[in-house]
Design a protein around this ligand. Sequence first.
Ligand code: NI
Length: 174
Amino acid sequence: MSIREIITVPDEILKKISDPIEKVGVNEKKLIDDLFETMYNSNGIGLAAVQVGILKRILVVDVSNKDEKKQPIALVNPVIRNLSSETSVYEEGCLSIPETFIEIERPKICEVDYIDKKGEKKILKCDGLLSTCVQHEINHLDGKLIIDHLSKLKKDFIIKKISKVKKNPDRIVV
Ligand code: NI
C-alpha cells in the first residue's frame, strides 16, 4: 500500500466524469488499498479515485468514530437509488478543497448499488452521515464538488483563496 498525493482545486481533473470499471482486477484492488491508506492518513471519511488523479468509478468511505473499530467500505461503480425525501444537513469539508466547510442539505437515507472489492454485487443502505458521505463521494465521480453548491462569486473567492495558500511554501495542510 502507498499514500498517494491528493489533488486539490483548481485542478481541472476534479471536474471530469470518471469511467465505470469492467472488472475489479489487481490494479483496482491496489488502488482501493491506496485510497484507504491515503484517506486514513488525511483523517478523511471518504475519498474518490479522481482525487488521486484516476478517473475510475471507485470510492472508499469509513464513517466510524476514532475510538471504534474501523468500518472500511469500498464501492466500485456505485449507483444511487431510493433517495429519501427526508433530509439531513452537515457542514461538509473535502480533502480536495482545503480549509473550506459548507453546509449542505442532502437526502437523509439512500440505497446504493455497487460492486465490492471481491467483484460481488452489493447494496449499501445508508443513513445520516454515511448517506451524506456516499453522496459527496459519488458527486466526485461525476465531477461535482461541494463548492458547486455555492454561487459563482463565492466559489471563485474560495478557489482564489486556496490558490494563494498553495503558493505560500511555509504553510501546510495535513
Ligand atoms: Ni470531497
